[in-house]
Design a protein around this ligand. Structure first.
Ligand SMILES: NC(=O)c1ccc[n+]([C@@H]2O[C@H](COP(=O)([O-])OP(=O)(O)OC[C@H]3O[C@@H](n4cnc5c(N)ncnc54)[C@H](O)[C@@H]3O)[C@@H](O)[C@H]2O)c1
Ligand SMILES: O=C(O)C(=O)C[C@@H](O)[C@H](O)[C@H](O)COP(=O)(O)O
Ligand SMILES: [Zn+2]
Length: 346
C-alpha cells in the first residue's frame, strides 16, 4: 500500500507499507542506526540496499542520547566519508534514529536528502511521517530541530516481529492518539480488534499513516491543525523530562498525557466520564501506563511554558471533544489546569 503526501510548496513523497524492495542508489549513502537494530536487521537491509558508496554510522541506543553530541557524531561521519549535496542519509531504526537522522540531514551542507526506514511501531505509525526532526536538551523535549521532509518512507512490518511488547504498547499509544483526535470509527475498530494480530496491526499502521499524512499535508509547520497531533504530549513531554528520559518510553508518557488531557476535557465539559474511561481502557488493554505521580504541581505547570506550542505566555492544550474530534485551545484557566494536575499529585 502507498500513501502519498503532498505539501503546498510542491514537496511530495510516498509512504510505502510493504516488504522492502531491492533498490540501488547512484550516490553516496550513509545508514544511521544503533547497535540493537544493527544486530537484528542490518543484514536484511543490506540485502535490499546497494549504492555507489555505502557506509554505516552506529550511534548509541536510547532517548538519552537524542542530543546535539550525537548529531555531531553523525555529521562527523558524513564529513569523513566526504558526502556531498547529492548524498543520502537513511534512518534505520525507531523514532530516536529517525528524528536525529532527519535533523543531521537538514544540517549537512544546509540540507541533503534522507529516507525513513522505521523499525518500531511508533516510528511506523507516526515519527517517520511529516518531517519533524530534532533533539532534546536539558530544557525539554525536541526543543532544537527543523522541519525537514524525507524523500520517502519505507515501512516494512516485518521489523515488528522482533519488537519487545512494551515498545509495541508505546506505538499503540500514538495510534490511539490519531483515533481519539480525528476518527471515531477507527477508535471503535480499535476497541473491537486485537493489535497483536498481524493483519490488524497492518490495518492500524495504514489508518494512522493516512491520518497523519492528511494532517501534515494541510499544515506542515504546525500553524494550526497539526498541533492536534500533540494530544497527550503537552503533559507527556513534561513527564519524560522530569524523569530524565529513563523511566517512560515516549509513547507511554503520551499515554499518561492523554489521560491527563482527558481529565482537562472533562473539567470543561468536552468529554464525558464514560468517553474518558473508554480511552483509558483501550490503553490498559495493552499495558500502557495511565497514571503518574506529580511531585510538584506548580513546577509541572511552569514546565508548560517551554512547550513549543506556548506563545506569549499562553499555554496551548489539545482537548478531545468526545471521541474522534478535538480542539486546540489556549483559553483554559490556570485554576482549571492546576485542579486537574492536583488529581495526579496524591
Ligand atoms: N518526528 C515525529 O513526528 C515523532 C513522532 C513521534 C515520536 N517521535 C520521537 O520518536 C522517539 C520515540 O521513538 P521510538 O518509540 O521508536 O523509540 P526508539 O527509537 O528509542 O526505539 C525504541 C527501542 O526499540 C529498539 N528497536 C527499534 N527497532 C526494533 C526492532 N525492530 N526490534 C527490536 N528492537 C527495536 C531501539 O533500539 C530502541 O531501544 C521519541 O524521541 C519521540 O520524540 C517523533
Ligand atoms: O508530527 C507531529 O506533529 C506530532 O506532534 C507527532 C508527535 O507524536 C511527536 O512526538 C512530535 O515530535 C511531538 O511534537 P513536538 O513538536 O512537540 O516535538
Ligand atoms: Zn509522539
Amino acid at each position: 500500500m502507498i500513501v502519498n503526501i503532498s505539501l503546498p510548496d510542491g514537496t511530495t513523497y510516498d509512504i510505502t507499507i510493504d516488504r522492502l524492495k531491492k533498490e540501488y542508489f547512484d550516490r553516496k549513502v550513509v545508514v544511521v542506526t544503533n547497535p540493537t537494530i544493527s544486530a537484528l536487521h542490518l543484514d536484511y537491509l543490506k540485502d535490499k540496499l546497494s549504492a555507489k558508496e555505502l557506509s554505516v554510522v552506529t550511534i548509541p541506543d536510547g532517548e538519552k542520547y537524542k542530543n546535539m553530541q550525537t548529531i555531531e557524531t553523525i555529521l562527523e561521519h558524513c564529513f569523513e566519508n566526504k558526502l556531498n549535496r547529492n548524498s543520502l542519509l537513511i534512518a534505520f531504526g525507531g523514532g530516536v534514529i529517525g528524528d536525529m537522522t532527519g535533523f543531521a540531514a537538514s544540517l549537512y551542507q544546509r540540507g541533503i536528502d534522507f529516507i525513513q526506514v522505521p523499525t518500531t511501531l511508533l516510528s511506523q505509525v507516526d515519527a517517520s511521517v511529516g518531517g519533524k526532526t530534532g533533539v532534546n536538551n536539558k530544557y525539554g523535549k525536541n526543543l532544537i530541530g527543523a522541519f525537514h521532509q524525507p524523500i520517502a518512507v519505507n515501512i516494512d512490518p516485518y521489523f515488528l516481529t522482533t519488537l519487545p511488547k512494551r515498545e509495541l504498547g508505546a506505538g499503540i499509544a500514538e495510534i490511539v492518539k490519531m483515533a481519539v483526535t480525528f476518527n471515531k470509527d477507527f477508535f471503535q475498530w480499535l476497541e473491537e480488534n486485537d493489535l497483536n494480530d498481524e493483519e490488524n496491526i497492518k490495518t492500524a499502521i495504514a489508518k494512522s499513516v493516512e491520518t497523519k499524512a492528511w494532517v501534515v499535508s494541510q499544515d506542515e509547520k504546525e500553524k494550526g491543525l497539526r498541533a492536534a497531533l500533540n494530544y497527550g504530549h503537552t503533559f507527556g513531554h513534561v513527564i519524560e523530562n522530569e524523569t530524565n528520559y529513563n523511566t517512560y518510553l515516549h509513547g507511554e508518557a503520551v499515554g499518561i498525557g492523554m489521560v491527563m488531557a482527558n481529565e482537562l476535557a472533562k473539567k470543561i465539559a468536552y468529554m464525558s466520564d464514560e468517553e474518558a474511561l473508554r480511552v483509558k481502557k483501550l490503553l490498559e488493554k495493552y499495558d500502557i501506563p495511565t497514571t503518574y505521580k506529580i511531585a510538584d504541581v506548580e513546577d509541572f505547570y511552569e514546565h508548560f511554558f517551554l512547550d513549543k506550542k506556548s506563545l506569549d505566555n499562553r499555554i496551548k492544550f489539545i482537548v478531545p471533544k468526545g471521541i474522534g474530534n478535538c480542539e486546540i485551545t489556549d483559553k483554559i484557566s490556570k485554576e482549571d489546569v492546576i485542579e486537574v494536575l492536583k488529581r495526579f499529585s496524591n
